[in-house]
Write a protein that binds this ligand. Structure first.
Ligand code: SAM
Length: 283
């Protein structure tokens, strides 16, 4: 008998991975959590039936969500990460000696626990002394913060379920206030390809743009996510992400599997249909 994990990428498109073994399946207080292994993608984590992390392609997502903002401002000291319970974003951040503290705000303790148990490839730095884990809603956490962070990374689930609040105007406005005067906000920005993802991506961009003077979008190819074409948002009070010191980042000597400074610039060059979605985006 064969066991397959199948995810609906649109109402008429499905994506399937042959499962070698189901390692975990349980509903937490917030969401359905599943961990499976597969020959092609290795171990993978899904939440509410949506792919979060696979052992094979997580490096693409985590390289791009961390190294792009860190190359733009390598002096970042205080970071807020929202979501990200699998630990991959923190694993990349702790490689920067210049970072003094990372507040990791994850709503679901179970995701942290399961990731430590089954996803050591991403969860390996969650115990690092610079990481302060807060088990609470990111939307509530940022409400009381002012002028505190150099960088906020929103590594959330999609805009429904527990992640819904992390795509609201209120949240982005509070992130703006929580950032220092040269602060950067990076978020997972959904996909431009299938219409429901594209609508979420447009809404997200519109809302972020209403607060930040600099609001750009960059892309990566992530095979296990819907359509494989994934976007990230880069918003800042000051920095243009295309003006950065590539030599300085390269001198850090960080070995990365996806990110490099040429790709950094290239990732902001968007296809015409994506540019149109972002520009014709008034409502
Ligand atoms: N890379 C992933 C993706 O985009 O598919 C995201 C991974 S990470 C596992 C997302 C995390 O965000 C989940 O563990 C979820 O529990 C957490 N999360 C969702 N809503 C949240 C909220 N309001 N506050 C804090 N964390 C939240």
């Amino acid at each position: 008998m064969e066991l397959w994990y199948t995810e609906e990428h649109s109402e008429s498109v499905r994506f399937s991975i042959k499962v070698s073994k189901q390692l975990y399946s349980e509903k937490s207080e917030y969401q359905q959590i599943d961990v499976m292994t597969s020959e092609e993608f290795g171990t993978f984590l899904t939440l509410d039936g949506l792919m979060m992390v696979t052992e094979k392609d997580e490096f693409i997502y985590h390289d791009m969500i961390v190294h792009v903002p860190m190359a733009v401002n390598p002096s970042v000291k205080k970071v807020l990460v929202i979501g990200a319970g699998d630990g991959g974003t923190v694993r990349e951040l702790v490689r920067y000696q210049s970072i003094e503290s990372i507040d990791l705000v994850e709503i679901d303790e179970k995701v942290i626990e399961i990731s430590k148990q089954y996803l050591p490839f991403t969860a390996c730095a969650l115990e690092e002394p610079r990481v302060n884990l807060r088990l609470e809603d990111g939307l509530r956490f940022v409400r009381s913060k002012q002028d505190e962070y150099d960088l906020i990374i929103v590594d959330s689930t999609d805009p429904f379920g527990p992640g819904e609040g992390l795509f609201t105007k209120e949240f982005y406005g509070n992130c703006y206030t929580a950032l220092k005067e040269d602060g950067i906000l990076v978020n997972q920005h959904e996909s431009p390809f299938y219409s429901s993802d594209a609508a979420a991506m447009q809404m997200t961009h519109r809302r972020i743009r209403s607060f930040f003077p600099v609001s750009r979008v960059y892309q990566a190819h992530i095979p296990s996510y819907p359509s494989g074409h994934w976007l990230f948002g880069f918003a800042s009070k000051k920095y243009d992400p295309l003006i950065f010191d590539a030599q300085k980042w390269n001198s850090l000597g960080l070995k990365t599997k996806y990110y490099n400074t040429d790709l950094h610039s290239g990732s902001f060059a968007l296809p015409n249909y994506v540019k149109e979605l972002l520009e014709n985006n008034l409502y």
